[in-house]
Design a protein around this ligand. Sequence first.
Ligand SMILES: Nc1ncnc2c1ncn2[C@@H]1O[C@H](COP(=O)(O)OP(=O)(O)OP(=O)(O)O)[C@@H](O)[C@H]1O
Length: 637
Amino acid sequence: MTYESEIAYETDKTVSLGTMSHKCVYCNALKCREAPGMCCSAGKVQLPYFLPLPEPLYSLIMGFHPDHKNFIDRIRKYNNCFQMTYFGAKQIIEDGFMLTFKVKGQVYHLIGSLQACLTWPGIKRDQALGRVYTIHPNNTECYYLRLLLHEIRGPTSFLKLKTVNGTIQPTYQAACKALGLLEDERYWDTTMEEAMLCGSPFKLRELFAFMLIFCQLSDALSFWEKYKDSLSEDIWHRVELDIQHENVNSVINEVYNKCLVTLEDTVLSLGVLQNKDYLREINYDSNILAQYINFNEHLLNNEQSYVYDKILEDIEKITGQTLFLDAPGGTGKTFVINILLARVRKDHGIALAIASSGIAATLLEGGKTAHSVFKLPLNLTRMCNISKQSNIAQVLKDCKLIVWDKCTMVHKCDFEALNRTLKDIRRYNSLMGGVTVLLAGDFRQTLLVIPRGTRADEVKLCLKASYLWPHIQKVALHKNMRVHVKGDTSAGIFTEMLLKIGDGNFPSLEGEITIPSNLCIVVSSLSELTSRIYPDIINIKMKPTEWLCMQAILTPKNDKAAEINEILLKLFNEKAVEYKSFDLVIQSDDAVHYPLEFLNTLYPSGLLSHKLVLKIGAPVMLLRNLNPPKLCNGTRL
Ligand SMILES: Nc1ncnc2c1ncn2[C@@H]1O[C@H](COP(=O)(O)OP(=O)(O)OP(=O)(O)O)[C@@H](O)[C@H]1O
């Protein structure tokens, strides 16, 4: 039926929908019939408040505008066309000679007079927008020209695109290189030359080893030829002392050879050619661990000691039990786990420390995420992605204890896949292949995330719903040590509240709770948040390091973190220095489907964003250390 704006449907006898006398108990929606809750999935779907319509839409709809009738008659057509063309922009930059905007990294230009024809009906020539065409990398110069068009704002000629710092480059590719848009071996030269200013030959060899392993030097031999004298300087000194008056040239090859041997040792010590995973697990310093145990073991309270002794006994008797440590926040899970790990590792046994999230993994000594160690597939399957011959299989075969913190966040299928994999690798058909497993977590905290899933889905797919759950022994910790040992009363109030919420005992209104104002401050914008957490950040140099350690803004998504970083960095007056990553598609044919500028917009977890902006004075946090014993991930530099 076509909608006729002239007809008063509410009084028309031929149209009878009934009165809207039913009110949904969850969202107050008025309905003719239909069970309560169908409209909002029993209160789970909550729409934002309806904001007043902007002008002239408000007048057009409400009848205050002369074009009201015309608008209402054609409202469907208007709707359809807005559906196709509407999108929002957060930031529009109008410098340069033409208006440009980016959607997912792709640049769109207001093409105006560049438009070849005027045939599109109803579109004015100066309102047309053009998207830069994707080009295959084999079409070299066009490909680099396109890259430049994405980087240089407001170019007025092709010559201008080729001009970098006043110099006209011979090709677009050369211009890209000069602008630092392409991967360039010169960076490794600059790195080495900078290191040579103050680094010892030992450090230079270590750096060279890192480059060989992680940086894919295209011509390692030429690099060696170029820097071999600096890399072997200390060896030269030693040899010179030994040979006294002999001809130096006669030993030159011996020196380089020695240098290459030490270089090889460095590469091997980084564990690339050996089983790095295995070496890492057995190479803990027993003396330090013994000291740690002596210092902390006697601090364990009765509940903690019970758990601790039970697990050690299980490891000793090789009973191979799986235990679940049910412990709310602050009861000392991490404390007990770290002593347990130290105890096994002290005797060069393998104790794997696993957590379901990266942040939780950093709290455990030598912790790693479950997905990285067990190679848990993202699309759930019956087995983990570990071959029997792999390095990690060797580790799993010999390990004595697996600790899995925050296990309540894991999908039951992952846990079941691990069970099957361990049975297979260890060739032992009991639970978890007979290795002692300690699962720790609190079901009141975050459960697993099911995309577009409901609360019921989460419960149905969590660890408790697994067929293995009845075979897991349960132990618990109750005493909040954060409050007990540290006397932190606010932590006590917070923990009590969390427990009440988790147990469903906190007063709520239609499924929503109000957090007491003495527990947190609600802010209205990101900039207010940053100014409250980091007031006066530009004078950070005057503040003690502890000040910075006392505050942090946590956000679950990398793009939000980038936004917060940008707000804070703008407050520093120093000149910004930009470092850009080189993103590549492995198959060159995919370059058309995944253009560089799109790859550059992604924020994969564990990787830096495409553009790293640094300013003098702004603190930097280490994301990944290639040489872990010295600085750990998350260190502020
Ligand atoms: N027996 C103990 N003696 C002294 N301090 C302890 C003891 N147990 C725990 N603590 C301290 O109490 C604090 C909380 O412990 P911990 O971080 O291990 O708790 P948790 O259960 O892992 O908490 P969350 O779930 O919030 O991570 C830590 O500072 C820890 O050092």
